[in-house]
Design a protein around this ligand. Structure first.
Ligand code: FNR
Length: 190
């Protein structure tokens, strides 16, 4: 069984270390995961006035989220929380009321920073948000990535063997989690 996993990158920066991390994760993912990016760059700022007249970017975003078997959030931490662009995308995807695109999607949260705590506080905030949105989350392993440019090449090649093994393990645990969540869903209840 192959699972289509949409990944959202919480940074808009062209030289984002989290985009580099996403490339590493795609390279190290097991063969049963087909990874594709769900871009957030072109989304408007959420405005309730537009909920029932969404523009094409919003419609495409919600369709991409809904088409995925699972979602992986790969994000920096901004001011000990979720970057505004990513929170905005989540707010957009969660609405209108009753049309929450994230509901019951198996999710993973991972992020890189140059700092020592490796996005731990952002991830904690994300867990609250995703719980509210009824999106089950991979609880373990946790993945707080301290980004070392000598370990991660720009194309996502990871030169440190133990880091590569950890990231491959994370992706294989995420794959097993997706399989568990989807196989436990009763027909007609997803
Ligand atoms: C940061 N950075 C940061 N790092 C961190 O570990 N905890 C934090 O709370 C913050 N806060 C923060 C706020 C804002 C507005 C910026 C721009 C940056 C530093 C951040 O980890 C660093 O810029 C990363 O390179 C961001 O990831 P991307 O954009 O390179 O993927």
């Amino acid at each position: 069984m192959t699972y289509r996993i949409g990944y959202l990158i919480g940074s808009l920066a062209s030289d984002s270390i989290n985009r580099v991390l996403s490339k590493a994760l795609v390279k190290l993912a097991p063969d049963d995961l087909e990874m594709f990016e769900i871009p957030i760059r072109d989304l408007p700022i959420y405005n309730r006035d537009d909920e029932y007249s969404p523009g094409p970017a919003v419609t495409a975003f919600k369709q991409a989220v809904e088409s995925a078997d699972g979602l992986l959030f790969i994000s920096p931490e901004y001011n000990r929380s979720i970057p505004g662009a990513l929170k905005n995308a989540i707010d957009i995807g969660s609405r209108p009321w009753g049309q929450n695109s994230f509901a019951r999607k198996p999710t993973g949260i991972i992020g890189a920073s140059a700092g020592a705590i490796g996005t731990a506080v952002m991830q904690s905030s994300m867990r609250s948000v995703l719980s509210f949105l009824d999106a089950p989350q991979l609880n373990a392993p946790e993945a707080y990535i301290h980004f070392d440019p000598e370990v991660f090449a720009a194309d996502g090649t990871v030169s440190n063997e133990s880091t590569a093994q950890f990231l491959a393990h994370y992706m294989s645990e995420y794959s097993a989690f997706v399989a568990r969540v989807l196989s436990s869903a009763l027909p007609g209840h997803m």
